[in-house]
Structures are given as structure tokens and as C-alpha cells.
Design a binder for this molecule. Structure first.
Ligand code: ADP
Ligand code: MG
Length: 140
């Protein structure tokens, strides 16, 4: 299995409730390594650009407002099969459907305020990493 990198966000509902460390532990326990990380206040333009793929969805406006409602932690996770592994550790989008032990089952507040983002494919992972990090910020 190839070593991959994926992009992750710890969302505002989680940073507000001081869950950053607990969430990172879930990634580390699953064998994922944080190779880049920064805590930022996302701008409205960044939120709209990052979620542009969803701009026709009814929840797009609310989603962008939510993503700028507090600080987020953007990070790059590395490991074997990291893209799928991260999605597994995150759990389903709707916490009501998320498997026991996943981040969203344990911590998410709602289908919108669901604590974490994770890339869904190699192409989106590469684009999303570039959206927030320069090569020099990926330190291994
Ligand atoms: P995921 O984050 O699991 O990849 P999506 O890419 O489908 O899920 O959606 C992006 C984000 O939009 C979700 O994580 C969630 O914050 C929000 N979202 C998705 N579906 C809904 C919905 N039906 N109502 C409100 N917010 C939603
Ligand atoms: Mg998605």
C-alpha cells in the first residue's frame, strides 16, 4: 500500500469545544502522521473557494458562514492509504449515520457542524493541500 497524503480540517465546532487534541489523537492512533498543521481564521473568500464544489447545494451559504464562525486547524495527514483511512476515522458526514468510535460519532454536533473535513480522492487531496499550504510548510 502506498504512502499517501491527505488534507484535513478540524472545524469551528471542535476548536470551540477544545477538542483539537482528542481529534488529533484519533488520527495518530490510526497510524496517520500530522506532517503540516496551522490554526487559522478562514476568510469568507477562502471558505467560498474551498467549498466551491458545493456552490449549487442548498446548504452552501450556511456552510461557508459556519466555516468562518471560529478558528479551524488545517493539516496534512500522511500514512498508508491515508485518504481512505482518514475518511474511516472521521465517520459518515451525518453523525447520526457515523460508526461508533469515529470522530463524527463521538464529537459532531450536526450534519453541518460535524467537527472534521477530509479529502475524498487523490486529486482533491492534492488540490486542497495546495489551497492552504506551500511545499515548504510540509515538513514530514
Ligand atoms: P464530507 O465532509 O463528509 O465529505 P460533503 O463533501 O458531502 O461531506 O459535504 C461537505 C460539508 O458540507 C459536510 O462535511 C458538512 O459540514 C456540510 N454538509 C453536507 N451535507 C449537508 C446538509 N445536508 N446540510 C447541512 N450541511 C451539510
Ligand atoms: Mg466532501
Amino acid at each position: 500500500m502506498a504512502i499517501e497524503r491527505t488534507f484535513s480540517i478540524i472545524k469551528p465546532d471542535a476548536t470551540k469545544r477544545n477538542l483539537t487534541g482528542k481529534i488529533i489523537s484519533k488520527f495518530e492512533d490510526a497510524g496517520l502522521r500530522v506532517v503540516a498543521s496551522k490554526r487559522i481564521q478562514m476568510s469568507q473568500a477562502q471558505a467560498e473557494g474551498f467549498y466551491a464544489v458545493h456552490k449549487e447545494r442548498p446548504f452552501y451559504g450556511d456552510l461557508c458562514s459556519y466555516m468562518v464562525s471560529g478558528p479551524v486547524v488545517v493539516q496534512v495527514l500522511e500514512g498508508e492509504n491515508a485518504i481512505a483511512k482518514n475518511r474511516e476515522v472521521m465517520g459518515a458526514t451525518n453523525p447520526a449515520d457515523a460508526a461508533a468510535g469515529t470522530i463524527r460519532a463521538e464529537f459532531a454536533e450536526s450534519i453541518e457542524a460535524n467537527s472534521v473535513h477530509g479529502s475524498d480522492a487523490p486529486e482533491t487531496a492534492a488540490e486542497e493541500i495546495k489551497f492552504f499550504f506551500t511545499d515548504a510548510e510540509l515538513v514530514g
